[in-house]
Design a protein around this ligand. Structure first.
Ligand code: AMP
Length: 568
């Protein structure tokens, strides 16, 4: 069975094509959104999702979140006494979604369409595929998130020609894509974005403002280490940010060492402090239109995806820039997952869906290092020679012939980079391949360098010398962000040794983690009350009577709801 997965920065969702439509699948807690958070409990068992997110507040040093931002890098996070890579943490989230889907569908799920930001580079896409493999999922196809959003809206099925701008601002990234739909063919004309701009930056601004205006004076420790009080502040900041999408003012309150510290934020003040962030939102919008040579007034539709597009200032900016209102009737948190489910349906050739050809674009320019001749006798080494230009429709295969620079050269080194700068030192190094050549006078011997970029965003580089009959193809080595096949096998075996909390215990673990978080966040008699409830819940769990456990959980849930707001 094949499912569609939105592997998000803040949360993830899984969906399936069923009975002629996209259906989202609830997790063990009955929720469609599973926080992309991994933590470990006192027995070093792995928790994923809501329980992990609550655990992060009380035990920040044994939890990891927003690891999607580091996909494709060798950054590691400490969880369960181990240092885990972003793709390993992502694989734990994927495994949890896979288990939810299997429980819901009653059959084995062994394949997935996973969405990635259109802006993800080669290493990040490879890491996403590796995460799927580590979770035991075959991932033939990665789907860019904006394309998924357009698929969910069904904008790809009409015959008339249209140009769709998809603006997706989630927790961690902003993606802008220009899609062109014509006779059922969907083409991504241009993509732009900012991988360091998302809803969390707005939350962070609120937390910083709170510290500056109230926290510091109240003696709160500065945001340096991972202290529980800081996780609490961020959580409260997140809540009031959402409140400010509907209300003119909101109040944040944190408890610290027996004191409650309160602070009120007006929407107007919030929007003022966000101006620099909103200015950054404009840049990729303008670049995508420029790259695709599209005038704003010719856009047929603007589609919103990602929770952060709910902010009124965001909607105002887009309406002002494009003089039209974006469509957002599908829940922006769900739209990408729904599109992934549609794509999964296409692959499975499900009923009620016509096959559509989708194309994609290269998010960055890909090229090699060359020495350019500025003038006679003057050479400029380290120049970037683009081979596949940014926003080229893929799959694409392009080649370029380079020549030798010195007499009797026996080897030519092809160094591969991605980026937009003229000098390679300002671009991102991807790897290199050396090719043997016949010794000859400088400039006589040539090598054809071919780049082939596929729809999953994977790049293959081939170098063919003119005088020999062999082709060297590029194995990107020394890139810390990419796991080899052997590494993946090895890590899969290691991951299998991690103890994961049993799914049927998920509700108990989640409610206990939440109660423990509230115990830390509250004070005085409320705290004592919560402590007593935690003990009672633990006792009932030990008693192993399913009916009593369910009843106690419902009671505790109601009690916690009365003192806390859920973020989901
Ligand atoms: P996504 O990853 O697409 O689900 O987006 C999550 C981001 O959307 C987070 O940063 C949330 O804080 C943000 N978000 C969700 N709901 C709202 C809301 N009502 N107002 C402002 N931001 C929101």
């Amino acid at each position: 069975m094949i499912v569609g997965i939105d592997l998000g920065t803040t949360h993830s969702l899984v969906g399936v094509w069923k009975d002629g439509g996209a259906t989202l699948i609830p997790n063990a807690l009955g929720q469609l959104l599973t926080p992309s958070v991994v933590a470990s409990d006192d027995e070093r068992r792995i928790l994923v999702g809501q329980a992990a997110r609550d655990r992060m507040v009380t035990h920040p040093s044994s939890a990891a979140a927003t690891f999607k931002r580091y996909m494709g890098s060798d950054r590691k996070f400490g969880v369960a006494g181990r240092m885990l890579r972003p793709e390993e943490l992502s694989s734990l989230v994927l495994k949890s979604l896979k288990a939810d889907a299997e429980a819901f569908l009653g059959e084995t799920v062994d394949e997935a369409v996973i969405t990635v930001p259109a802006y993800f580079n080669d290493a990040q896409r490879k890491a996403t595929k590796a995460a799927g493999e580590l979770a035991g999922l075959k991932v033939d196809r990665l789907l860019t998130e904006p394309t998924a959003a357009a698929l969910a809206y069904g904008f790809t099925t009409g015959d008339e020609e249209s140009t769709i701008l998809v603006i997706d601002m989630g927790g961690g990234t902003l993606d802008v894509s220009l899609l062109h739909s014509f006779e059922g063919i969907m083409e991504v004309r241009a993509t732009a974005g900012d991988i360091w701009l998302g809803g969390e930056d707005f939350t962070q601004l609120i937390a910083t403002a709170f510290m500056a205006e109230a926290g510091n004076d109240a003696g709160l420790p500065p945001f340096a280490g991972k202290l529980p009080v800081h996780a609490s502040i961020l959580r409260q900041a997140e809540i009031i940010k959402r409140d400010l999408s509907d209300a003119e003012e909101a109040r944040l309150e944190v408890n610290y060492q027996g004191r409650a510290i309160g602070w009120t934020l007006q929407r107007e003040a919030f929007e003022k402090m966000c101006e620099p962030l909103m200015a950054r939102v404009r840049l990729p919008l303008e670049r995508a239109l420029r790259d695709a040579r599209v005038a704003p007034e010719t856009l047929s539709r603007i589609v919103f995806a990602g929770g952060a597009t709910r902010m009124p200032m965001f909607r105002r900016l887009i309406a002002r820039l494009f003089r039209q209102l974006p469509v957002h009737h599908i829940n922006p948190d769900e739209v990408v997952a729904r599109g992934a489910a549609v794509r999964a349906g296409l692959i499975a050739k499900g009923s009620g869906l016509e096959e559509r050809v989708l194309t994609d674009v290269a998010p960055f320019t890909l090229g090699i290092e060359v020495t350019s001749r500025v003038s006679e006798g003057m050479l400029l080494p380290g120049t970037f020679l683009p081979i596949i230009e940014r926003n080229t429709v893929i799959p694409a295969s392009r080649s370029h012939v380079v020549t030798t620079l010195q007499d009797n050269q026996t080897k030519l080194l092809v160094k591969v980079y991605q980026g937009e700068s003229r000098m390679v030192r300002d671009n991102v190094y991807l790897g290199e391949v050396a090719v043997m050549i016949r010794p000859a006078r400088a400039g006589e011997e040539t090598v054809e360098v071919r780049f082939t970029y596929d729809t999953s965003g994977l790049l293959e580089v081939e170098a063919k010398p003119s005088s020999y009959d062999h082709v060297e193809s590029l194995v990107i080595e020394g890139n810390p962000g990419v796991l080899s096949k052997v590494d993946i096998e090895h890590r899969r075996a290691e991951l299998a040794r991690l103890k994961v909390h049993p799914r049927d215990d998920a509700q108990n673990q989640a409610i206990l983690a939440r109660a423990n978080r509230l115990y830390e966040e509250n004070l005085g008699s409320m705290r004592t009350l919560i402590g007593a409830e935690i003990d009672r819940m633990r006792n009932v769990i030990e008693g192993q009577d399913p009916e009593q456990i369910t009843a106690m959980r419902a009671r505790l849930g109601e009690f916690l709801d009365s003192i806390d707001r859920s973020l989901l």
